[in-house]
Design a protein around this ligand. Structure first.
Ligand SMILES: [Zn+2]
Length: 243
């Protein structure tokens, strides 16, 4: 009997070892090459690689950091939920509270901004381009040249940040203050509300757009603070300066 019990215990120990080896084998099998086991924020990354990668992909296209410029087109069927402003302009509803807070605080300091232009559809962008082209034709340029010149001034449909619904052109209520006063206040304060001067001076080669003191873009408070303090543009912040 003693002998048998001993044999049983040996089998149990063997089984335990086999089970441990199996678990270890599975861990190694599922671990991402090079990542090692336990070398992650969660400690169980190896089992959740797919989820983590999905989250990272999601993060790289976070709505408030989405890049739209001449080299990064708006995704097709990009959908937006809007909030309409009192003058009929529309913005992505997610930026509305920050926009309203910014305007309220500006007004409290005697600065009276308003959104001259918010969201723009692809059709509206095309129309602006067509009108600009026509203006050049009316000046006597042949159509091909007029088209080329217009494209230097107006973004092609799909490459205007206004199509994201989180960019706004801000002007002054001229009866109460000047544009320059509004631009100066925004340059100093907009970042506190998550907005950045999107096309700063000296960054035209990177942004592809001339200095526009009226065009503000929502990126969220964290990014806006960093961009403002470092004096960089969105492309530099995102590491997308090559084109
Ligand atoms: Zn604009």
């Amino acid at each position: 009997m003693v002998k048998r019990r001993k044999a049983l215990r040996e089998i149990m120990i063997l089984e335990a070892i086999v089970a441990m080896l199996t678990v270890l084998g599975l861990l190694v099998f599922f671990a991402e090459p090079g990542s090692g086991i336990g070398h992650s924020d969660t400690g169980i990354r190896s089992f959740f690689t797919k989820e983590a990668e999905a989250a990272e992909t999601q993060k790289s296209v976070e709505w408030n950091l989405r890049l739209v410029n001449a080299w990064h087109k708006l995704p097709e069927n990009y959908s937006i939920e809007f909030t309409a402003l009192s003058n009929g302009e529309r913005v992505d509803k997610r930026i509305y509270p920050a926009l309203q807070a910014m305007f309220d605080d500006a007004r409290a300091e005697g600065i009276y901004p308003f959104v001259r232009e918010g969201y723009r559809t692809t059709e509206e962008q095309q129309q602006i381009l067509d009108e600009k082209t026509q203006a050049y034709v009316d000046q006597g340029l042949i159509r091909t040249v007029a088209k080329k010149k217009a494209r230097e001034m107006v973004a092609l449909p799909g490459t205007s940040e206004h199509q994201l619904g989180i960019a706004v052109d801000i002007n002054a209520d001229k009866e109460r203050c000047s544009n320059d006063e509004v631009y100066a206040w925004l340059a100093e304060n907009a970042y506190k509300y998550g907005f950045i001067l999107r096309y700063p001076q000296g960054k035209t080669e990177i942004t592809g757009i001339e200095y526009e003191p009226w065009h503000y873009r929502y990126v969220g408070e964290e990014a806006a603070k960093e961009i403002h303090e470092q004096g960089i543009c969105l492309e530099e912040y995102l590491g997308e300066t090559e084109h």
